[in-house]
Design a protein around this ligand. Sequence first.
Ligand code: IVH
Length: 688
Amino acid sequence: MTSPSPAERAAELRALIAHHNERYHTLDDPEISDADYDDLVRELRAVEAEHPDLIVPATPSQQVGGAISATFAPVEHRVPMTSLDNAMDAAELRAWAERVAKGLDGEPTTFVCELKFDGLAMSIRYEDGTFVQAATRGDGTVGEDVTANVATITDVPSELATPSSTGIVPPVVEVRGEVYMPTSSFERLNERALAAGDKPFVNPRNSAAGSLRQKDPTVTASRELSFWAYQLGEVIDGPEFTSHASTLEWVGELGFPVNEHVQTFASIEEVAAHCLHWQEHRHDLDYEIDGVVIKVDDPAQRDLLGFTSRAPRWAIAYKFPPEERTTKLLDIQVSVGRTGRATPFAVLEPVFVGGSTVGMATLHNEEQVAVKDVRPGDTVIVRKAGDVIPEVVGPVLSARPSDSVPWTFPTNCPACGNQLVRPEGEADTRCVAPDCPAQRNQKIAYFASRGAMDIEGLGEQMVEKLTSAGLVKDAADLYSLTVEQLVELDRVGQTSARNLVDAIQGSSTRPLPKFLTALGIRHFGPAATTALANEFHTLDAIMEKSTEELAAVDGVGAVIANTIAQWFEQDVNVALIERFRAAGVDFGDPEAAQAAADAKARVPQTLEGRAVVVTGTVPGHTRESAEAAIIERGGKSPGSVSKKTFALIVGDNPGASKLTKAESLGVPILDADEFERLLTTGELPAAD
Ligand code: IVH
């Protein structure tokens, strides 16, 4: 196959871009992710830059947005709503700053940075202070009249307030900004959609767009849309501004929400650092952002720089790496975890998203596959945001092959072949075979994992090697492995064999909570294992306790207590424990248990059942000794303040949040002297 000529490729790209423009701007049903769309536009620009003769007047690389739909009346923008050029990295940002400097003959520039909100640009017009019209960007010159829908957004005032700084509301003001859906509202909307059996929305931007395009404004009103103002459009007889920052202040005085994260910088290096900061922290916010917009602050400098055919030269959008991409779903497979849960996952054509290459993504459970209706062969949207595991958001239905059929959950376990079961009313499908190799391997890998026994070099692959060679059947077998056995395995050398044996032996002295976690008892997480170990000190003491005694420990509760007691009642588990004991695994310190019991007998229980929280360093104590003093006297010392807290002890350098919380809940706040008195008498100082 010969590759297309530049002219053919440019034509192809133009057709693709026009198609995707319509899907995105007119139909609100994009087929590809924003990042994939940006790639097409960038490729077209690159072809055109190399072959300027190929540039045609209507090329989409020079245009803004999409065509206008027939549903809403057209609105002509008296001041065009332009788009922004993008910078994909710090180098492109610097190149832009150099162009700015050149355009201004080297005059120094102040840059003002705003977040780039991922919503829909809107121009909202006020005449004599009254809201008269709202229009989308459309193609930049003509937008769509969505007045009735925007009128339902509570952030958008129906009447402008008179700014105290200028004292007048001009006869015509157009405020521009972004309509968006807060992430929390989006999650609520999707919970409601799922509960009603409707298809969930793909992302907050699409839901905001869909919500604005409703013919019935009461539907828009139910969607919790918000607005950030960031620019002015047409203004007649308005004040003169000397900076963008002061323009935004004035817009705030008119009654509009202006985002708090607006910052000015004198150098592009500071701007670049600011962009990286928000790239790291984008998920700290309750709204989605896809970059940072950098604008020249001085209006006079903006005038000097002017516009290209599609965007201002005085602003640029620094775009974060994409968190959504479109790719092919090659297959749906099922994996079986340590508890037997069978989880479907997508095998994907590898795609770079959210900062790494993703080839697999979870599909959670049978229900989720059905609700999303994803099928092998589909083009799908893949999302990887922050630290969360990659997820298939949904299929691109318009790209579905005509012979595609819905996926069905396998009836048998892929690892052991036994029948899978899904109990009535439960979301999860399980393999309940006691000897399933997948479950066994996952249990051993979990035993060795970081939060449990933390055995370095013992990941899933190594476990698989050990079990298939018949060297290990359960975690207790690990402790009798020898270097001689390990070097027999495929691709295991002398050194790594030695290291693994040492790591396994070294794990036998892990603290009791780690060992309890490693057992992998359902619901028995780090908080509960620590609570039980602190209370009873040894595994044997825990095993002797009744469900009620376990449940009485703070942080355990009836459900966990029940599962633990049941687990220790089963013969196979008792036998496993005995093999760990024989292998020399540490089960806790009986001397510590005795010492704790003796101390309890000696010290008067002045704080029996009371929660006393410590913040900062209390003079005369370390953090640990202050907490130990409380616990020795029968009290508890939780890490946070609640309305059940008996007192908050404040030492040097206290945490602000605990103090504020205690103040707001009326929890008594004690200093070091008052703490000593509380320990001896159990009494609070008299209120003054
Ligand atoms: S200023 C002439 N500021 O990004 C400058 N735009 O790709 C006009 N956007 O259409 C835009 N946050 O929808 C500006 N703080 C912000 C923005 C922002 C999001 C959007 C807006 C615009 C698009 C440009």
